[in-house]
Design a protein around this ligand. Sequence first.
Ligand code: ADP
Ligand code: MG
Length: 247
Amino acid sequence: MIFETQHLTKKFGGLTATSDVSLQIEKGELVSIIGPNGAGKTTLFNLLTGHIKPDEGKVYFQGREITGLPPHAISRMGIGRSFQRLNIFPRLTTFENVQVAVFSAQGKSHQLFTSAKKMVRKETETILESVGLLGKKDTKGGLLAHGDQKRLELGIALSVHPSLLLLDEPTQGMSPQETVETTVLIQKLVKERGLTLIFVEHDMSVVFGISDNIRVLHQGKVIFSGKPEEVRRNEEVQRIYLGEENK
Ligand SMILES: Nc1ncnc2c1ncn2[C@@H]1O[C@H](COP(=O)(O)OP(=O)(O)O)[C@@H](O)[C@H]1O
Ligand SMILES: [Mg+2]
């Protein structure tokens, strides 16, 4: 097991956004987290990456407890994350956006020897290539098309050499064509880099297309856990979530 949570709970005032969530994720698994808006998916990610602290419960990564550690410490251990809201620097170029992330992942300042600078450049180019953005490396982040901005986010998440990747709605706002391309890209990255993936996704074709396992969140609780075909067949899930999608 690469990743585990035990009884994670987070309250915002009177609202329990995450309620007693226990997850066990195996190395190499592709797991999606689905659930209606407000189910607590992003809050759960924030608990996993140290952006907020749980009221109760524990998080373990590769056998080490990481509960309550700050985000930079968690990401340097090899947990990469992309955000639901875009988190890029619009005035920096595509190249610079990834370069900043690579510098920061390595804990290095910009005052580097030439040899180290070369390595960062190489690493940045490798990442840009793997997310299909090398040809747009000089375009400012803010001027990229939405789909490219989301792919840039993905590239930034790769800068920590993750073994676990957490993607919060990686295809949000994309056209059907971009969604398919991004799904293929994610699958390729997971395979090439031997990643474990946990992703939040609304598009059911993506969810059913690439998940090994699915967790269904509702009002902060995991109400169902199973393989895609089991989720499809489950009546409660259909009522709570899949039915709503079709409204
Ligand atoms: N920082 C916060 N302060 C107060 N309430 C929050 C905060 N973050 C999220 N919430 C609430 O927690 C619930 C879950 O939100 P969220 O995790 O963003 O859901 P999802 O990502 O599944 O749409 C929602 O009711 C939301 O309004
Ligand atoms: Mg969310």
